[in-house]
Design a protein around this ligand. Structure first.
Ligand SMILES: *[C@@H]1O[C@H](CO)[C@@H](O)[C@H](O)[C@H]1NC(C)=O
Ligand SMILES: *[C@@H]1O[C@H](CO)[C@@H](O)[C@H](O)[C@H]1NC(C)=O
Ligand SMILES: *[C@@H]1O[C@H](CO)[C@@H](O)[C@H](O)[C@H]1NC(C)=O
Length: 478
């Protein structure tokens, strides 16, 4: 049932709006912002982080209560950031010394066509546990990403220090061609997770293929990556794992991925998601691809630990990260955005949550992610929005459940009053509005919002990010 009132100008207004807004006199003024549901951009897969390189082991050393608190901070959509993507590291190391990620085949089976001797320890550097806990909290997207193949499959005989996979173009080894063996190995890793009821949805076979470094690393050009994808894709299909998407290629920067794309043309139809990091160049404009694109690793690698929202606009500030995500999603068409580490010990800013003994301290970077991730859920479509006051950046999304999330970041020092309306769609009428704020004093706290004539009025505090969530409720019974 829809009751409508005919008002002077001939505008029809659902009665429920009158019933639900406190009063019409309470009407606030503010800059009008209009969301346009008919202007559609990319679909969002989500936001996330990683516990690779034994960071999951560090988390597992907390007391049970602090483990649960940390997992909630990362993945709960009511108590934390509500991250929706977890990126795991597929081990390549022969052991677990230091922060090495141990391989599921630490020793060579002899040669590329020898019977494999896989070993599953049921832990995977504690990442299986983190994955299961993430799934319990609603995470459905698990990205398993190898930094390198095991050393015996590579030109340099070592999983660290670069080298490449024996058998791809320009990489011939006396031990033979290991492409198929490496594809089988990655498929086996996915099966171990499957047996533990964790569905890996995305698979990456290399990390930062443009960097040679002292930890697990493997070089690939775009055409060498294509050589391997031609083997990996049919191997996944044969194992009934064609639903697992192949991600490529996680280079150090957005620009590096742009230059690899040309050489991936021959395998374009075999790729699921294009992935790149933010270190040597950050996402500023869209990559030239029809695939979804994720920014899969970014962090403040240099700063000393600091948890502030806004200190001086520095690289570690929460608001800086709220803006970094904005730029990737709105200006560079990203469908996913991942920080490097979720929770970790030590004094750097390369994590969102600091573990110190049994103390767990979230930074405002975590809450910046939450302002996006809790309200822009997987499958949401970015939609048009216009009219933001100067100094305020705005993005809008329609979720699968129909709700509309509007993100506003105010970089100015004083509050900005806004009135958010939704147009288009099949006649979306906001009948419930909630709003949430993060700034120096709040962590996704409730913010006052009033709904009148379908417009949600709120005040965005200076140097704050808010999310306005608009729902269209079913008409109440008579
Ligand atoms: C996986 O799920 C099945 C069916 O619910 C259950 O029987 C089995 O014990 C689970 N396995 C693990 C390792 O959790
Ligand atoms: C794949 O699925 C098909 C049909 O469900 C089944 O016949 C086949 O045995 C499966 N193959 C593997 C490797 O699991
Ligand atoms: C944005 O990404 C989508 C895939 O998610 C693609 O279809 C679209 O063409 C991209 N838009 C631009 C402007 O690059």
């Amino acid at each position: 049932m829809t009751l409508v009132l005919l008002i002077a100008a001939g505008v029809f207004l659902p009665l429920t709006v009158f019933a639900r807004s406190a009063s019409l006199e309470g009407r606030q003024s503010g800059t009008g912002i209009t969301v346009n549901l008919d202007q559609k951009y990319q679909t969002i897969d989500g936001f996330g982080c990683s516990e690779a390189f034994q960071r999951a082991v560090q988390m597992s050393k907390l007391t049970e209560a602090q483990q649960q608190y940390t997992l909630d901070l990362l993945f709960s959509t009511t108590k934390g950031a509500g991250m929706s993507i977890l990126r795991n590291g597929i081990g390549s190391s022969p052991d677990m010394s230091a922060d090495h990620m141990v391989s599921i085949q630490p020793k060579s089976p002899g040669g590329p066509s020898s019977t494999p001797n896989y070993v599953w320890d049921g832990s995977d550097n504690k990442q299986l546990w983190v994955s299961q806990e993430a799934v319990k909290r609603g995470v459905k997207t698990i990205y398993a990403n190898a930094w390198s193949a095991p050393g015996y499959m590579k030109t340099n005989g070592n999983d660290a220090n670069g080298g490449t996979l024996c058998g791809v173009g320009g990489a011939s080894c006396s031990s033979g061609d290991w492409k198929q063996a490496y594809a089988d190995y990655l498929v086996q890793y996915i099966k171990y997770y499957q047996e533990a009821n964790v569905t890996i949805t995305h698979l990456g076979f290399v990390n930062e293929p443009d960097l040679t470094t002292s930890y697990a690393s493997m070089r690939f050009s775009g055409s060498q990556a294509a050589d391997f994808i031609k083997v990996l894709h049919p191997t996944l299909e044969k194992a009934n794992l064609s639903s697992v998407g192949i991600n490529c290629c996680d280079p150090e920067g957005w620009g590096s991925q742009a230059s690899m794309l040309g050489q991936l043309g021959s395998v374009d139809s075999l790729i699921s998601t294009i992935t790149a990091h933010s270190y040597t160049s950050s996402p500023g404009s869209p990559l030239n691809t029809r695939h979804r694109v994720w920014q899969t690793e970014a962090a403040d690698l240099n700063g000393q630990w600091q948890g502030a929202w806004y200190s001086s606009g520095g690289a570690g500030d929460g608001m800086t990260w709220a803006n970094n995500i904005y730029t990737a999603i709105v200006n560079a068409n990203a469908s996913g955005y991942l920080y490097w580490i979720g929770a970790q010990t030590g004094v750097t800013n390369s994590k969102l949550i600091r573990i110190d003994g049994d103390n767990v301290t979230p930074s405002k970077r975590l809450w910046a992610f939450g302002q996006w991730s809790r309200f822009v859920r997987p499958g949401a479509v970015r939609v048009g929005v216009q009219g933001a006051p100067s100094g305020v950046r705005t993005a809008a999304f329609q979720n699968i459940d129909g709700s509309v999330a509007v993100q506003l970041i105010n970089s100015g020092g004083s509050a900005a009053n806004v009135q958010v309306k939704v147009s288009g769609g099949s006649g979306f009428t906001s009948s419930a509005a909630t709003a949430y704020v993060t700034d120096n004093n709040h962590d996704i706290s409730d913010l006052t919002v009033s709904l009148s004539d379908g417009a949600a009025a709120a005040s965005v505090p200076g140097r704050a990010m808010i999310t306005v969530l608009l729902k269209q409720e079913a008409a109440p019974p008579e």
